[in-house]
Design a protein around this ligand. Structure first.
Ligand code: SAH
Length: 247
C-alpha cells in the first residue's frame, strides 16, 4: 500500500537532500519518488546520502513540471511550514497518515509534495493541492530540513498503515479509483471555467479563480460530477456561439 504513495520533491537545490529523502522513504517502506526539475540531477552525493536506498534514487521519475508529477493523482497533499491562513484544508502529519492510507485502500493515487529548500512551494502550487500539511513545529523556527520533513511524514504514513485492516477485507466498492477526478482532469476543468467566464467578462483577475479552485478542491469532485460541470460550461458556450451567429 505504501508503494502507491508518491513523494514529490519540487526543484530541490541540494542533490544530497534527494538521497536523504530517498533513505527516509525506504526506511518507512515507500519507494515512489518523483523529482520536479531538480537543480542538479541525482549524483554521487545523492547516492552517498541514500546509503542502501540508492534504488529509490535510481528509480526516481524526473519530470519538468509540477502538473506532470501529479496529473494522474486524485489526492494531492502539499506541505509547508507557513500555512496557518489555509484553515479549511489544513492537516497535520497524523491526520495525513490516516487520510492517505484510507485513500490508498480505495485505490486512489496519492501525491505528497515537498517544496524548495529556500522558498518552499509557491501559492500557485499550493492551490493545486486538496490538503495542506503543516508539521506543528516551534512557531519561532518552524522550517525543517527537507529530508527530515519527508522522514516525519513517511513515519506517520507507516504508523497509519500498520494500524490498518488487512487489504483482503478492504471494501473497494465505496470509492473505486475511477471515481474521483484526477489533478489533470481538474486542471482542464479550471482552464475551461476560466476561459469561458473571462470571455463573459465575469472573471477579471486570478482572485476569483483561486477562490473557485479552493471551493472545487474541497468538494472532492467525482468524474461523473465533473462531466456534468464540463457539460454545463459547454452548454453556455454553445448558446453563446448561436447568439453570436444570429446577431
Ligand atoms: N523557507 C521555506 C522552507 C522550506 S523547507 C518555507 O518557508 O517554506 C523545505 C520543505 O520542507 C518545505 O517546502 C516543506 O515541504 C518541508 N517542510 C519543512 N518544514 C516543514 C513544516 N514545519 N511543515 C511542513 N513541511 C515542512
Amino acid at each position: 500500500m505504501l508503494k502507491n504513495i508518491r513523494i514529490v520533491l519540487v526543484e530541490t537545490s541540494h542533490s544530497g537532500n534527494i538521497g536523504s529523502a530517498a533513505r527516509a522513504m525506504k526506511t518507512m517502506g515507500l519507494s515512489q519518488l518523483y523529482l520536479v526539475s531538480p537543480k542538479y540531477l541525482p549524483d554521487e552525493q545523492s547516492i552517498a546520502l541514500a546509503a542502501g536506498a540508492d534504488d529509490v534514487v535510481r528509480n526516481a521519475v524526473i519530470v519538468p513540471s509540477f502538473e506532470q508529477a501529479i496529473a494522474d493523482c486524485s489526492l494531492v497533499i502539499g506541505t509547508s511550514a507557513r500555512l496557518r491562513h489555509l484553515q479549511s484544508s489544513l492537516i497535520e502529519p497524523r491526520q495525513c497518515g490516516k487520510l492517505a492510507i484510507e485513500a490508498v485502500k480505495c485505490g486512489q493515487k496519492i501525491a505528497i509534495i515537498f517544496g524548495r529548500e529556500r522558498v518552499g512551494l509557491t501559492n500557485e502550487e499550493l492551490l493545486k493541492c486538496r490538503y495542506h500539511l503543516t508539521i506543528p513545529a516551534n512557531p519561532d523556527y518552524s522550517s525543517l530540513n527537507l529530508a527530515m520533513a519527508v522522514q516525519l511524514i513517511c513515519y506517520e504514513l507507516r504508523t497509519a498503515f500498520l494500524q490498518t485492516t488487512p487489504v483482503s477485507v478492504i471494501d473497494n466498492s465505496v470509492m473505486s479509483p475511477q471515481h474521483l477526478a484526477t489533478a489533470q482532469e481538474l486542471e482542464y476543468f479550471f482552464a475551461h471555467t476560466e476561459r469561458l467566464y473571462q470571455s463573459l467578462g465575469f472573471i477579471h483577475n486570478q482572485g476569483v479563480m483561486s477562490k473557485l479552485r479552493r471551493l472545487y478542491q474541497r468538494a472532492e469532485i467525482e468524474k461523473n460530477e465533473l462531466n456534468i460541470l464540463r457539460g454545463m460550461l459547454s452548454a453556455v458556450e454553445k448558446r453563446l456561439i448561436s447568439v453570436d451567429n444570429n446577431s
